[in-house]
Design a protein around this ligand. Sequence first.
Ligand code: SAH
Length: 348
Amino acid sequence: MCEDILTKIISHPDAVNQEEVAAVLSDEEITPKLFSKADEIRRKYLGKDVYFRGIIEFSNYCRNNCLYCGIRGGNSVVQRYRMTPDEIVSRAEIILNEGIKTVVLQSGEDPFYTTDMIGEIVSRIKNLGMTITLSIGERDFYEYRYWKDLGADRYLMRHETADESLYAQLHPGDHFETRKAHLLELKRLWYEVGAGSMVGLPGQDDIALAKDILFTYQLDADMVGIGPFIPHPDTPLKDSAGGSLEKTLKMVALTRLFLPDANIPATTALGSISPQGRQMALQCGANVIMPNFTPSPYRAQYALYPNKICIMENDKACGKCSKLLVQNAGYEVSESHGYRRRIAKAHE
Ligand code: SAH
């Protein structure tokens, strides 16, 4: 029965409901078939290319208190840091020197960086000829517009979970509708928009996960980042179980079936729960990798979750290491800017 659902997702994704997606998620026997279908579709539309994005985690200050996150404002143990615009731009130059043309600027929600400061950083990196993804959380709509006008290309803001009550529980004072409104505004402004979610949050069942898949499909997300939830010892969710490798990979593969041409990263969190996690993600639908270029000592302080990989690496090593990983998994390193390669009719 689940095989029929896979066929339906590929041919008529609009007609698929959340119960059907949940049925695939809970069926263990379908997994190999799901993974091979996802890889088949990825190769058909995107070939073997893997896009690279160098990530700079430039501040771990955060005004929010997301229950799962290691850099939540309420965590008084974590040592906080902020990089200066000069430091950020010089890291972007290092990324470019490694042959990577896209930079992701990520931080906690840190109002210290004003509209103009972010604008200045965007302009300076744009002058290097790079493509820029901002991942700095919810800001005012006029700011999104201003930065877009200055040349920001993409905005990465995971929706975290599309289950409204779970969203409200995990994000004190915040609501899924607000997150959704921000993502829609970013789409409207013609950013390439990255959404995405965590897998294995407390209370998250297969129906909740199915909502995540259908949400990113309906949003027509240009990028979808999916990683396992990993409990952090200094957060209220420290005793939770966390997400599994298999379920996270199934979410990646299902996303590929629904969005054949979206950019889907093999996330660092997947690599952190299993040494083979990122390779396996590439083999079941993922086509992007985001090597870490945050300089030491900051890198270890951007601890969203424990046991994050590459913390002790030489701070320029991740580019080379990720290239080897891609080749070993049987794919090819793309040197392009990695825009979404839109296909006119994904579902003929
Ligand atoms: N402030 C930015 C960046 C958030 S950090 C924003 O709001 O978009 C990047 C991502 O890390 C989050 O979107 C979340 O999905 C993930 N994350 C945070 N804590 C995590 C944890 N304990 N386990 C796994 N992923 C986590």
